[in-house]
Design a protein around this ligand. Structure first.
Ligand SMILES: Cc1cc2nc3c(=O)[nH]c(=O)nc-3n(C[C@H](O)[C@H](O)[C@H](O)COP(=O)(O)OP(=O)(O)OC[C@H]3O[C@@H](n4cnc5c(N)ncnc54)[C@H](O)[C@@H]3O)c2cc1C
Length: 405
């Protein structure tokens, strides 16, 4: 057996990749090196039903730990790759050991962005990326405790909704003028603002945090407009950045992520990358994109595994995302931009609707609230670059499935 494949990272993408490699018939050694102590797990529950305590760790694992042994996949957990020696085809681990590879896959994911304001290092200020982060947030939940969430994006709002359900007094502070502004239309932002306010969450938009105060731990959040909020604990969700430093240090091309082609190949032969850490070309949008989603992590893993096994498979899918807040499900397909034309189907007041985004007549994205069937139809339409009429989109009596290009 040769040196085989080394996978850097043991997250969602890596877990899927190694399983796909075996499914594709890859017979050589596979070693997965992950900085965290857990085998690959799903992160979405960390801000949803794992955070609420409805499911335990065993339910968030991607596969049972026995899967890796049964499939002859070596797991090196709680171990970090310090350096890639691309000329020598080996990686160097944090304990100084090195692992040789024939092919290397980078699935290093992303890291939370940290707030750089006075007091940002006070205890009681948390971020959410790993199981232990979710555990720490849940441990702070108690009736009447005061939580300030910094950032009104997916993660912050999911935390707010779980916390509010546990009797926590929640304030959300968001710099932009509306919630989820990076990913959602004004209609969807407004609908979610109402849900949070109905649940008793104090949502402040257009407000930036300027610092934290407290002695032994955080007790107050100060904002640039002079407002301030008492807090027993704080969760910051202001976005993530790709873990591409390891690749850059090894001389691989990076640009807001590890640069890959449509096959998942990096600028260095024999080195692949997949998941949150990559920047890949999108045929649909005619530019490079870096996505932060389970669908992308799973699909790129599948594509890279197939390509390593010699099946030339390009990655070409419409991206999709979801968010669970209260009892509402938001599902988004595609990437919208400021200036896209918007068409609404359904009645937001009735609790289920879709906002379509059109660019030069083509359907480029669709945001669906509480409408699984419409979302599935939209995945096909967006993926196919459909050009439906505005009238048909707005008319809920016209089945979306009939609007194909
Ligand atoms: C709280 C939360 C909720 C989310 N909810 C959703 C959702 O509802 N829907 C959705 O589509 N997506 C959601 N996401 C995003 C989704 O989880 C990510 O897109 C997905 O995890 C990406 O998988 P990945 O394997 O590329 O990266 P990751 O899951 O980040 O895994 C990368 C792993 O690599 C490890 N690593 C990095 N560098 C090294 C190194 N040098 N050596 C060894 N190991 C290393 C990291 O420690 C990490 O464990 C959520 C994310 C979070 C945090």
């Amino acid at each position: 057996m040769g040196a085989g494949i080394v996978v850097v990272g043991a997250g969602h993408c890596a877990g899927q990749l190694v399983a796909r490699l075996r499914a594709e018939g890859y017979g050589d050694a596979i070693t997965m090196v992950g900085a965290e102590a857990h085998p690959p797990y799903q992160r979405p529950p960390l801000s949803k039903n794992y955070l609420s305590g409805e499911v335990g760790v065993e339910r968030v694992l991607l596969r049972p730990a026995s899967f890796y042994e049964e499939n002859d996949i070596e797991l090196r957990l709680a171990t970090r790759v310090r350096e890639i020696d691309a000329d020598g085809s080996r990686v160097i681990l944090d304990d100084g050991q090195s692992l040789a590879y024939e092919q290397l896959v980078l699935a290093t994911g992303a890291t939370v962005r940290r707030l750089a304001v006075p007091g940002a290092n006070l205890p009681g200020i948390g971020y959410l990326r790993e199981i232990s982060d979710s555990d720490a947030i849940r441990a702070a939940f108690s009736e009447g405790a005061r939580l300030v969430v910094v950032g009104g994006g997916y993660i912050g709002l999911e935390v707010a909704s779980v916390a509010a359900g546990r009797g926590v007094a929640v304030t959300v502070v968001e710099t932009e003028s509306r919630l989820m502004s990076r990913v959602a239309s004004p209609e969807v932002s407004a609908w979610y603002l109402e849900r949070h306010r109905e649940a008793g969450v104090d949502v402040r938009t257009g407000v930036s945090v300027s610092g934290f105060e407290g002695d032994a731990k955080v007790s107050r959040v100060r904002c640039a407009d002079g407002s301030a909020f008492d807090a027993d604990f704080v969760v910051v969700g202001i976005g993530i950045g790709a873990n591409d430093a390891l690749a850059a240090a090894a001389g691989l091309e990076t640009d807001n992520g590890v640069v890959v082609d449509e096959y998942g190949a990096t600028s260095r032969a024999g080195v692949w990358a997949a998941g949150d850490c990559t920047s890949h070309p999108s045929r649909l949008y005619g530019r490079r994109v870096r996505l932060e989603s389970v669908h992308n992590a799973m699909s790129q893993a599948k594509v890279v595994a197939a390509n390593i096994c010699g099946k030339e498979t390009p990655y070409d899918e419409a991206p999709w995302f979801w968010s669970d807040q209260y009892d509402a499900k938001l599902q988004i397909v595609g990437l919208a931009e400021e200036g896209d034309e918007r068409v609404v189907r359904g009645d937001p007041g009735a609790g289920a609707f879709t906002v379509f985004r059109l660019r030069d007549g083509a359907l480029v994205a669709a945001e669906t609230v509480n409408g699984m069937r419409d979302h599935i139809a939209c995945r096909k339409l967006v993926g196919a670059g459909a050009r439906p009429s505005r009238e048909a989109l707005a008319d809920a009596s016209v089945p979306l499935a009939t609007l194909a290009a």
